[in-house]
Ligand binder design. Structure first.
Ligand SMILES: Nc1ncnc2c1ncn2[C@@H]1O[C@H](COP(=O)(O)OP(=O)(O)OP(=O)(O)O)[C@@H](O)[C@H]1O
Length: 969
């Protein structure tokens, strides 16, 4: 039995207290998922659905819903392009079966006089629009429901008179846009008002009486596409609402029924979390999608109410969407939610979160009533409405602006559609391609012979001119405008060929369709938004390579980086455009971080996308993570819209809240590797290291040395060179890392007010050399002493196969000092101590003596000082542990030497054993002296007093008592 058929109860079969009905639908793999060789982690039996964690296959979660639709596999495409089950009765749930369960129920409810709501929830690209609106012949719930509604009205003409009113709106960034209004947009959007009887409503929203909705929906989608362009907005972040008002008059019974049907295609659910876990100064108070976040809060509160928890407040008023859906959630409405998901392993987190959301929604209880009243009231209302419409019609007629008249809109749209079809068969045209497939192909610009067409795009009044002369179509970019044809920027008049890809301005993408004679039977669908962006990326030298073509062999992490790149590319272009328009003087550039970086074994690190932000005037540079950029881009859009609304001049949002700005911070410029192998032979090494930036550029030459030495720091002589590194086993090893000079610093050459520091990288908390400023070839003269008390095999292996990764950090402006002070970067004891522990952890080396003299940490922060001390104590404890181990092994050696003296004589005991032991003890006592000194200093410390600790005694123990027994041996 097909999964979709297991719950035969219709959505209308509800009791007076109705739980929200929830359906889940799983879509087929998309191209990206197929390319990545994705695996399905979702299974369905009847109306229950199980999801498996791809990292822990034994971890599964099951959920049970009212309906579960398997639309992932088992389908075929018929001649008309309709997706149908491969075999009759197959498990694939097609659009018809979804409609039968959900749509029919909603329709029945509405005809009975109940308000009804249908919500689609899920991550971007999971199939919300496919289920709600549909694509081509695969009509979704909304058109099917409308068709059936009008059919039902016709069939019931003799018992009731009906009128249907249609509205379509979009909520983007808490602004309401009327999608049926073709006039100029209200800055700030339409207002949401509240009336006692009516509840929340959108003031001035167009409501069109209709007997078919196809053209209205096309009109709405077109407006949505252009609105997205004008607002620099991303449609998957907006919510689309269609409101159908059904008014029925039952003359015989003298009653009227009024019901509202809300059909809601929600924004992509992952957007709520898109600012990620990334730290950003402007993260607080930023809700990427306030409406979606609030919807989640409302659903959670209502779910709590349903299980008897005490809930003080349901936050309906916190967002536009929840205000408008108040009756749909916990109120007078019969509500159905369809949660859509991808079954791919790479979407596990999102799909699980969708299922959890849907499970919560299932608990919500509504109280729907039939909205019935005596006829007179409705008749009065309808008369008033008709009078109002007539008045408007005549006013618009006088103004000669019939095109905006709501009563004639349907007819005009229809005419233009007919014309449009005729034009498509006669003329070349450009067709918009949008990231949201639903909005692609809705704008067509015809280029008739003998005519020239100007395209108007954001910044510039006129952007480019298309000419059609003697059946040759050319494109001429206008001065200062950005035009890209097939991935390449053009500045001259260019002749267009059928299926050329055009990008105008920052991100307006169009496909050129030539004369019908050139068209042939080619499939245009492959020229989707990803195709445009991939072509652009390829022109910048970023592509996936041979194996990517449909094969499952592409490294998934590379694929992810590639898709991140092409996703962020248009956003970066838009950010640049906004920066230019708002006179911010900031430039954004995409970079693939870690391209040239590698770890201490020389292996390439995983690549990731970052955005380099440059303030052109002050030559300040920031590196933003993807998550931070996405967050900031959203805030930039807000600032941009605010600017558009107020036209308040340049440089809006200056200061702390400015999303284009950040306090300056040090920037990682590049890395160099200093290989440690020579130390295993106690051979000194002098190197001129090339410091490479993340894009492989040479940032500087760093002169560095590794000097094997005595524990007091005296360089070893040639006699100390070892032939066999294993001779070091069990012995002490001291060496110094000397950073002599940096030469040819590109960073300083670009702007003299900058400085640099070198960091020793072995974890996220490296140790830094002192800062040097304003000099392209600065002397560093920085020396760090390392010691291993007991050279283990692991350490030897490490020395022979690894490198110290040296990081070159760029410091900028005076503010950098502030940063370093705040974060304790300059000569901070914490970093030194971290370094010590890191070295201990990874390499069995320990920091013995650093030349760094530690500066005070901010005295205004005593708690910070205490924290530093606590960290110091932790480090000291671990040193104590290693000392005790050392002590233990020394004791064992001593016992073996004493007890087994005679028995082992003549075997392997070396005559120098006692001398060696004595030497080791000497070292030990020396260390202990340092420990005591350090301990005393720590004990004297008071948090309110400035710390002034010298790291030269880093080998410290906190507890002398614990070590005393060791001293007694
Ligand atoms: N059940 C399905 N059967 C076949 N194809 C589907 C199905 N669901 C979705 N798709 C395809 O997946 C793609 C993405 O679907 P859709 O545009 O509906 O996603 P969405 O969730 O609405 O995304 P957005 O949030 O960006 O609007 C479309 O190309 C669509 O044709």
């Amino acid at each position: 039995m097909p999964a979709c058929c297991t719950m035969r109860a219709k959505a209308s079969d509800m009791h007076s207290k109705d739980c929200v009905k929830v359906a889940v639908r799983v879509r087929p793999f998309n191209k990206r998922e197929r390319d990545a060789g994705s695996r399905s982690i979702v299974s369905m039996v009847s109306s229950s659905i199980t999801i498996q964690d791809p990292r822990e296959p034994q971890s599964r979660r099951s959920f049970c819903f009212d309906y579960a639709y398997w639309s992932h596999s088992g389908f075929a495409r018929d001649r008309g392009g309709l997706y149908v089950p491969e075999e009759p009765g197959g498990r694939y749930a097609d659009q018809d079966s979804v409609f039968q369960d959900l749509g029919e129920g909603i329709l029945e409810n509405a005809l009975q006089g109940y308000n009804a709501t249908l919500l689609a929830y899920g991550q971007t690209g999971s199939g919300k629009s496919y289920s709600m609106v549909g694509y081509g012949p695969n009509k979704g719930l909304v058109p099917k429901l409308c068709d059936r509604l009008f059919q039902a009205i016709r069939e019931n003409q003799d018992t009731r008179q009906c009128q249907v009113f249609f509205s379509m709106l979009e909520i983007y960034n808490e602004q309401v846009v009327d999608l049926l209004s073709r006039g100029s947009r209200n800055p700030g959007g339409l207002r949401v008002r509240e009336e006692q009887q009516r509840g929340f409503y959108v003031e001035g929203l167009r409501t069109v009486p209709c007997d078919s909705v196809e053209q209205l929906m096309e009109q709405g989608t077109r407006t949505r596409t252009t609105a997205a362009t004008h607002m620099n907005a991303n449609s998957s972040r907006s919510h689309m609402l269609i409101i159908l008002q059904l008014k029925q008059i039952f003359s015989k019974e003298s009653i009227t029924k009024q019901s509202n049907i809300n059909l809601v295609d929600l924004a992509g659910s992952e957007r709520q979390r898109s600012s990620g876990s990334e730290a950003d100064r402007l993260k607080e108070g930023t809700a990427i999608n306030l409406s979606l976040t609030t919807l989640g809060n409302v659903i959670s509160s209502l779910a709590d109410v349903a299980v008897g928890k005490k809930v003080v407040h349901i936050p309906y008023r916190d967002s536009v969407l929840t205000k408008l859906l108040q009756s749909a959630l916990g109120g007078n409405s019969r509500t159905v939610m369809i949660a859509t998901l991808s079954p791919a392993d790479i979407c596990y987190e999102e799909s699980l979160s969708t299922l959890r959301y849907a499970e919560r929604a299932k608990r919500i209880q509504n109280r729907a009533v039939v909205n019935e009243s005596p006829t007179e009231r409705l008749v009065k209302e309808l008369k008033a409405e008709n009078a109002r419409l007539l008045q408007r019609l005549s006013r618009l007629g006088q103004e000669g602006r019939r095109a905006n008249d709501e009563t004639t809109l349907t007819c005009l749209s229809f005419l233009s559609l007919c014309q449009e079809r005729r034009m498509m068969q006669m003329h070349p045209y450009i067709l918009n391609i949008n990231e949201d497939a639903q909005l692609s192909g809705v704008v067509k610009l015809f280029i008739q012979e003998g005519n020239s067409v100007s395209l108007f795009i954001l910044i510039q009044q006129r952007h480019a001119v298309f000419r059609n002369e003697q059946r040759r179509v050319t494109l001429t970019p206008l001065a200062g405008s950005k035009v890209i044809v097939n991935g390449n920027a053009v500045s001259q008049t260019t002749e267009l060929q059928h299926l050329d890809r055009l990008i105008l301005g920052s991100n307006c993408t169009y496909l050129f369709i030539g004369y019908p004679s050139e068209r042939g039977g080619d499939d245009w669908s492959r020229y989707d938004y990803d195709y445009f962006q991939s072509e652009l990326a390829a022109a910048e030298g970023i592509h996936l390579g041979e194996s990517s073509a449909g094969s499952s062999q592409t490294d998934p992490s590379l694929l992810a980086v590639f898709y991140d790149y092409i996703k962020l590319m248009p956003m970066v272009a838009e950010a640049n455009q906004m920066s230019q328009e708002l006179n911010k003087g900031v430039e954004f550039k995409l970079e693939i971080k870690n391209l040239a970086l590698s770890d201490s074994k020389g292996h390439d690190l995983e690549k990731e996308i970052a955005v380099r932000v440059t303030c052109m005037g002050r030559k300040q540079v920031w590196m933003w993570s993807k998550a931070k950029f996405v967050n900031r881009k959203f805030l930039m859009e807000e600032a941009y819209q605010q600017h558009q609304a107020e036209k308040s001049g340049d440089n809006v949002n200056q200061g702390d809240k400015d999303p284009f700005w950040d306090p300056v911070e040090p920037l990682l410029l590049g890395t160099a590797h200093l290989w440690l192998q020579s130390l295993a032979f106690r051979i000194p090494l002098e190197e001129q290291l090339e410091v490479l930036g993340s894009e492989g550029t040479e940032e500087a030459i760093l002169q560095a040395q590794l000097v094997p030495c005595t524990f007091t720091g005296l360089p070893l002589g040639e006699d100390d060179i070892l032939i066999d590194p294993s001779e070091l086993l069990g012995r002490r090893l001291d060496f110094q890392l000397v950073l002599e000079q940096c030469c040819g610093l590109r960073w300083i050459r670009e702007a003299r007010n900058r400085g640099v520091q070198i960091g020793l990288f072995d974890s996220s908390q490296p140790l830094y050399s002192p800062a040097v400023w304003h000099n392209v070839n600065p002397l560093l003269d920085h020396r760090v002493h390392f010691a291993s008390l007991h050279t283990s095999q692991r350490l030897l292996d490490y020395l022979q196969s690894s490198a110290v990764v040296l990081e070159l950090w760029g410091l900028q402006g005076e503010d950098a000092q502030i940063w370093m002070h705040r974060y304790g970067m300059n000569d901070c004891p914490r970093l030194a101590m971290f370094f010590y522990s890191i070295i201990c952890k990874h390499t069995s080396l320990c920091l013995y003596n650093s030349v760094c003299v530690l500066q005070p940490v901010d005295s205004a922060e005593p708690s910070c000082s205490v924290r530093v001390l606590q960290q110091d104590l932790e480090e000291l404890k671990s040193v104590n542990t290693s000392l005790r181990k050392e002590n233990h092994s020394l004791r064992e050696q001593l016992n073996a030497a004493r007890n087994g003296g005679d028995s082992v004589r003549g075997r392997s005991v070396r005559p120098s054993c006692d001398a060696e032991f004595a030497r080791a003890l000497k070292v030990f006592y020396h260390s202990m002296t340092s420990v005591r000194a350090q301990l005393q200093r720590l004990r004297r410390h008071r948090p309110s007093v400035r710390i002034n600790v010298c790291l030269s005694a880093a080998l410290v123990d906190v507890s002398v008592t614990t070590i005393r027994p060791c001293l007694n041996i």
